[in-house]
Write a protein that binds this ligand. Structure first.
Ligand SMILES: C[S@@+](CC[C@H](N)C(=O)[O-])C[C@H]1O[C@@H](n2cnc3c(N)ncnc32)[C@H](O)[C@@H]1O
Length: 394
């Protein structure tokens, strides 16, 4: 790649983001002042937009041109696997830190609706790029960012200082917020949650805005924009789909399949049936979200067969019941097995049917209210239209 092409990278990405209408004119100056390349580390595993996959590792020190091209693509970039335990050339198990997709970065900043003088708390410093963008717009003293991983936090401080910014980078558990510098006018999380921590609400001023990726155990996730009222209640709508890494403390280690059934003995004692609802239909990200909200203790795994065939396994976190649905290409009826006191496929089907009957609403029609404790309610169109529970815990 020639020097000219290299210089065009940031401009090309700016044009793309402006065309997509995610980079607004009020964030353009920050984008231009804060080059992403100053924050992305030497070793990266570039992701693909809208796809849950990563390419092999690229080292800047070995392949500077490929590295530079990846940095100025509108795609997420994994920068750490397995909390730093894996550093090899392929993929680790869990992507534990990243530079988020630029479209997502600027959509979330836009939703944050910052005003001059606002004090901001960010949870999930990562590379420090987002913190630098906010520090450019609001000034270093108005930005506090919390990162749980010591090495990542240290690297972010170095990136920030090299770029000329000095927001407060706290090494700690962002699920506790950061009380010392509260109250905040805006809180942004770049790690996803299943429960909005009560500390975030407690450290926010009335009228403050929280922007955070939120998703149930089953899967599906969207960015929610909540406003805090005088009584400490947070409420608002989802602005679109997302796929962030979970806040470390809210990562759930789900029970192993063998605790439910030995897969070799399938179908064991299960009750068999046929269904016309395709396992493929229930696998859309938004359908998963709608199912997960209605059956909060449900989770799934998939085992793959030949020629596109797969088995969808359903389990409950209380380890009482399991079910399978077998997908075969070209079929209109699918075999179901269900075991235990609950009929998990039927619960899932009821949840899917509810979503279907509502006209298959997208994320933007859903909203979330949280009274400041560990409980939440998800609603459709209006807070007085809560999404029903089809069963499951709490
Ligand atoms: C998607 S990355 C952040 C991207 C970042 N904002 C940027 O501009 O590069 C999510 C980050 O959240 C961090 N994280 C996870 N759990 C956390 C917690 N409880 N408190 C603070 N940070 C956390 C991860 O270590 C990871 O670095």
């Amino acid at each position: 790649m020639s020097q000219t092409t290299k210089d065009a990278g940031p401009d090309r990405l700016a044009t793309e983001l402006l065309d997509k209408k995610v980079l607004t004119s009020d964030w353009l100056a920050a984008y231009r002042a804060v080059p992403r390349e100053l924050f992305v580390p030497d070793a990266i595993w570039p992701g693909r937009a809208g796809m849950n996959r990563q390419d092999d590792r690229i080292l800047r020190s070995e392949s500077p041109n490929m590295w530079f091209e990846a940095v100025y693509r509108d795609a997420p970039i994994t920068t750490q696997w397995d909390d730093g335990q894996y550093t090899g050339p392929k993929k680790g198990n869990i992507a534990s830190s990243s530079s988020s997709m630029p479209t997502m970065v600027f959509s979330m900043l836009d939703a944050l609706d910052v005003q001059p003088g606002n004090r901001i708390l960010e949870i999930g410093t990562g590379t420090g790029w987002n913190a630098a963008l906010m520090a450019h717009r609001l000034g270093d003293p108005n930005v506090v960012t919390v990162e749980v991983d010591k090495t990542i936090a240290e690297e972010a401080r170095e990136h920030l200082s090299a770029a000329g910014y000095r927001p407060l980078v706290v090494t700690g558990d962002g699920s506790l917020g950061y009380g010392k510098e509260s109250p905040y006018d805006r809180i942004i999380s770049t790690a996803s949650v299943q429960t909005i921590p009560s500390q975030w609400i407690g450290q926010a001023r009335p009228g403050a805005i929280i922007v955070a990726p939120w998703g149930p155990t089953y899967g599906g996730e969207g960015v929610v924009r909540l406003t805090i009222d005088d009584g400490g209640r947070a409420e608002g709508t989802f602005i679109g789909s997302s796929a962030f890494m979970r806040l470390r403390q809210q990562r759930r280690s789900l029970p192993a399949t063998e605790r439910f059934v030995d897969p070799q003995t399938w179908p064991a004692e299960a009750e068999m049936a046929m269904t016309t609802l395709s396992p493929d239909d229930v696998g859309d990200w938004i359908a998963m979200f709608a199912i997960g909200v209605q059956v909060p203790d449900l989770f799934c795994r998939v085992t793959y067969g030949e020629e596109g065939a797969y088995r969808l396994w359903l389990f409950d976190t209380g380890v009482t019941s399991w079910a399978t649905a077998d997908f075969l290409k070209g079929r209109t009826e699918f075999q179901i097995a269900q075991a235990g006191p609950r009929r998990l496929w039927e619960e899932l089907a009821a949840a899917y049917t509810w979503w279907d009957i509502q006209g298959r609403p997208s994320f933007e029609r859903f909203g979330l209210s949280t009274p400041g404790g560990p409980f939440y309610s998800v609603w459709l169109d209006s807070p007085d239209n809560p999404v029903p529970r089809q069963s499951g815990e709490g």
